[in-house]
Design a protein around this ligand. Sequence first.
Ligand code: SAM
Length: 214
Amino acid sequence: MDEFTEMRKRMVDTQIITRGIRDRRVIEAMRKVPRHLFVDRSLWDEAYDDHPLPIDNDQTISQPYMVALMTEALELKGDEKTLEIGTGSGYQTAILAELSDTVYTIERIAPLLDKAKAVLSELGYDNIFFKAYDGTLGWEEFAPYDAIIVTAGAPRIPPPLMDQLKEGGRLVIPVGGKYSQELIKLVKRKGSFKETNLGGCRFVDLIGIHGWKE
Ligand code: SAM
């Protein structure tokens, strides 16, 4: 076992399982994806620690537990079409690509998207489609989606994302103020939405037509 495999195993045991994540497929994906490759080499020692880390353009890669919690809430079984808003480093994208059939991911900062695309392609993922765009508008062309995840904090849930969710689909998004949000899960049933609050969180801003102004 190499040193990073060991670090990943420890991360999953001490941060993910002990905090109540139960979905076996999520746990396996977190054990498998080499998180350190999504951060700068100078941060490799910290890549499996219990906190977010900086990436380029003043953005962040989320804390491992937050990635696991949001992914578990999507209830992925393997045959889903999943939409991700906020590609960032591409780490969460890799976890989604392990657990879904196809992932559509949107990032507003093109250089971040290019970098994520390069790492994900190097790792061999061939079920991900990328777009540099305002993700608050969703990706109409491939809608509806079984699962939608937003990895930036929104002042309100963008209506296009609710429209682009399939019947029975799950949407997970941090909603609230600029400095703290609540993690909200919506399930679409017969055109209406069942809302669950999964707890407090803190994300960088979702910037766009249906998000914060730049
Ligand atoms: N999931 C990412 C990872 O694993 O590295 C972390 C994402 S980071 C917390 C949030 C990302 O959302 C940033 O890269 C930011 O540029 C992006 N973002 C913010 N507003 C956006 C929008 N309207 N559309 C697409 N991406 C957006």
